[in-house]
Ligand binder design. Sequence first.
Ligand code: PAF
Length: 328
Amino acid sequence: MTFAPSKGDNCMFFAHFSDLLALLFHYFNIYALFCTRLTERLFRIVKQISTIAELRSELKQCREQGKTIGLVPTMGALHEGHASLVRRSVAENDVTVVSIFLNPTQFNDKTDLAKYPRTLEADCRLLDECGATIAFAPSVDEIYPEPDTRQFSYPPTDSVMEGAFRPGHFNGVCQIVSKLFMMTEPDRAYFGEKDFQQIAVIRRMVDDLGFRLQIVPCPVVREESGLAMSSRNTLLTPEERATAANIYRTLRDSRQWMNRLTVSEVHDRVVAEINAVEGLEVQYYRIVDGRSLADVGSWDESEDIVGCITVYCGSQPIRLIDHIRYKG
Ligand code: PAF
């Protein structure tokens, strides 16, 4: 007896075969998606862009797809402090742009600019690890084809402390940050609280110029010793680095003193204790209102009180900035 499949059997066979193909195709798609995600995670390569035109066109496409944009402005020589800003932006936005630009207009001391560490390759590796989307590293001519003659003035935030000791510094910061905001039009911009005064100045600029974005302040990241992470720390010898740890140690201790000492007594004791350490010299210490940065005379004067310090450390010497929150 021979078996000859009927016309009905043929139809059944093709129906099952096409179901099988559809199923295989479905699983293949899942597998391909998995491989793509895995490759992205393992070999994520941050896109390096050096021109404003390319940055704008890349971000235009992102915006058209409804993606949100986070901006992390930096001057390079990236460390864990920067990485924490980038990771936060990656978690809160679809696209993270990290600008790497050593901005000459904010350096009133040109030798300080000359010795600032430059580490673009290592910076991009760190950005890969953090999952940043774009590293924007333009030349000075790209950003300033003409000298920037704009003047920004937001007293007292930009005239006290760093503003007083580094004339023109915050004007330069406002010049570059406002340009970066205009080029990227971010939804959020991330700044480290280590540069506490800088955030206060940038907030004033954002209000003044009406930028529609959120400023996200991020907590200071510290080395194990308590020293605030900074690109400048790489310029310290290991011994100087250990000495520098006394700055935060004293600031932290000073929080205990505020119950029995007045503002000016705490001020004087902080300065005296830091100056007593060989290799450290306080340039200024101010106890201020955390928003206006105006000096406070008593602990009851404000609900937001911060101590801001700059100390010279070591033989070169290197200027180190830190702060401590007393209230708020
Ligand atoms: O904080 C910095 O590194 C710089 O002042 C900034 C905000 C990147 C502007 O050059």
